[in-house]
Design a protein around this ligand. Structure first.
Ligand code: F6P
Length: 548
């Protein structure tokens, strides 16, 4: 934060925060009949409503000034031009190339990546169609009916989330499974459900060294060998990775290796061959529609003026709350059951990207960065943690995601779902005052003492912000759009905070320590003298529980 322009923009926002501190969102609506008209953006069937926020026109202007001071447009253009935006790993971040449907050149290290992207996409989709259509057979000559993706983080959350989101588009004869955890229960439970002779394992790992994935992949290979013999392995396994050599060493045939590149971050890799299990499930046309959805947002992000640019607005509003109101969390509540894993997917996308405390130059930041992201589908979440949203001392801004129509759901039930979503954002914004509560209790016939005792518990302070993303239905294209919106939102925030959103060094220490501890956990005789007393005490108790 050492640019004078940026400091000035931040000071202006700080002063503005002081000025509008008392103003409520309900007041803003009361004083401005045009508020919704001016505080929403439409992109085809997708509507982004940002009117229920603690912002007025001046706030938006100052936030856009902040984006200008951070040279957002130049930084965005550099991202798309393949500049080294991942400074600590010295890489571009060109996941947009994976959903570039026209093949227009895009460059990494001065080389047009599109010919290899298109060739690999063709190879992957042809393989997916062969599995899907039954042309490709298992070792015993049967069609594949079970697909097991083995991967973790970006090599799991994307395809697993999308397979659930797009379940109506998945062929009914295919059963998609996802194994991630090094907890052997994950693989064991999956093996229970499937017929190994008709199962294709997709080992997905950018690095092909990840402990969880390689452990599960080896265990799955052993299960195949035990059940079907060594020769079955080559027919029942394929792999997706950037590490061609490691994949070959694992014994995966050349025509079953699907590659991507180190300029694709793990959490941005669903658009690549990492989407293989999804592509097998939904087929080429739907997979390409999904990519088109991502491309729609790339075009919007590049072309729309910042004041009408959805990911930019999403990012700036969240920064407003994180850095000026000190709101530490952000909820994402899809009123769309099939998006049940979307919050988990966003947790990696957002928290692995923007959970940083040093700037691009390595200097400690004096500004708060990425909030805690969490969520569950509505209406379920209403019956769990919405109490805190409405009456807790913490303020949690919410993104509501809502489909106008349900695919294959009962339309009457969908009306109830929609009504609940709209009711929640209205209730959060409007609240219910003490006077309103007292009047209601009086009308119910309660006496003065009873009213005095009960009324404070029934007050809703309101003034709690939310956005709503409303779309026609959860199609592959819509899903692509939603994901890309959040990707670019994260990027915009990283520009303002001047952090590297494409590295994830914070996951390394735990991995290293786990490797050091593994032999001590496995061997009851190994000395724990070098450990801190808590870790040593836990291991001692664990050894006791396991017995001699
Ligand atoms: O540990 C974090 C991480 O590196 C993620 O960024 C990544 O998505 C995940 O692990 C899996 O990595 P890989 O695809 O290399 O197995």
């Amino acid at each position: 934060m050492d640019s004078p322009d940026l400091s000035e923009a931040l000071y202006a926002l700080e002063a503005h925060h002081g000025d509008i501190g008392d103003m409520t969102i309900a007041d803003l609506f009361a004083h401005d009949p045009r508020r919704f008209a001016d505080f929403h953006v439409v992109l085809d069937d997708l509507l982004f409503d940002f009117s229920k926020h603690r912002i007025e026109r001046t706030t938006l202007k100052l936030l856009l000034d902040l984006a200008g001071a951070a040279r957002l447009e130049a930084r965005r253009d550099a991202l798309f031009a393949g500049a080294i935006v991942n400074k600590t790993e010295r890489r571009p971040a060109l996941h947009m190339a994976l959903r570039n449907m026209s093949g227009t050149p895009m460059f990494a290290d001065g080389i047009d990546v599109m010919p290899q992207v298109l060739a690999e996409r063709r190879k992957m989709l042809a393989f997916a169609e062969a599995v899907r259509g039954g042309a490709l057979k298992s070792a015993s000559g049967e069609c594949f009916t079970h697909i097991v993706n083995i991967g973790i983080g970006g090599s799991d959350l994307g395809p697993a989330m999308a397979a659930r989101a797009l379940s109506p588009f998945v062929s009914s004869h295919l059963d998609l499974n996802f194994v991630a955890n090094v907890d052997g229960a994950d693989l064991a439970d999956t093996l229970q459900r499937i017929d190994l002779a008709r199962t294709l394992f997709v080992v997905s790992s950018k690095t092909f060294t990840t402990l969880e994935t390689m452990t599960n992949a080896r265990a799955a290979r052993q299960a195949v060998i035990d059940a079907l013999g060594e020769t079955a392995v080559s027919a029942q396994f394929c792999a997706v990775s950037t590490a061609a050599q490691e994949v070959a060493s694992f014994g995966i045939r050349d025509d079953r290796r699907f590659l991507f590149w180190d300029w694709v971050g793990g959490r941005y890799s669903l658009w690549s061959s990492i989407g293989l299990s999804l592509a097998i499930g939904i087929g080429t046309q739907n997979f390409e529609d999904f990519l088109r959805g991502g491309e729609d947002i790339d075009k919007h992000f590049l072309a729309a003026p910042l004041a009408a640019n959805i990911p930019v607005l999403m990012a700036l509003i969240e920064i407003w709350y994180r850095d000026f109101w000190d709101y530490a969390a952000q909820a994402v509540i899809p009123y769309d059951q099939r998006l049940a894993r979307f919050p988990a997917y966003l947790q990696q996308l957002e928290m692995e990207s923007n959970g940083k405390s040093v700037d691009l130059a390595g200097a400690p930041l004096d500004i708060e960065t990425g909030p805690i992201i969490f969520g569950e589908p509505g209406t379920n979440a209403q019956h769990a943690f919405f109490q805190l949203f409405h009456q807790g001392t913490a303020i949690v801004p919410v993104d509501f995601l809502l489909a106008a129509t349900s695919i294959a759901g009962d339309p009457k039930q969908h009306h109830l779902l929609v009504a609940n979503c709209l009711a929640q954002s209205e209730a959060l914004m409007r609240g219910r005052s003490l006077a309103e509560v007292e009047a209601k209790l009086t009308a119910q016939g309660l006496a003065g003492d009873a009213i005095a005792a009960l009324a404070p518990h029934k007050v809703f302070s309101g003034n709690r912000p939310s956005s709503t993303l409303l779309y026609k239905s959860l199609t592959p294209r819509t899903l692509g759009r939603l994901i890309a919106l959040y990707e670019h939102k994260v990027f915009v925030q990283s520009v303002i905070w001047n952090i590297d959103p494409f590295d994830q060094w914070g996951v390394e220490l735990g991995k290293e320590l786990a490797l050091r501890l593994a032999p001590l956990v496995a061997d009851p005789q190994a000395s724990t003298a070098m450990l801190d007393s808590s870790t040593a005490g836990l291991i001692a108790h664990l050894r006791g529980l396991r017995g001699p």
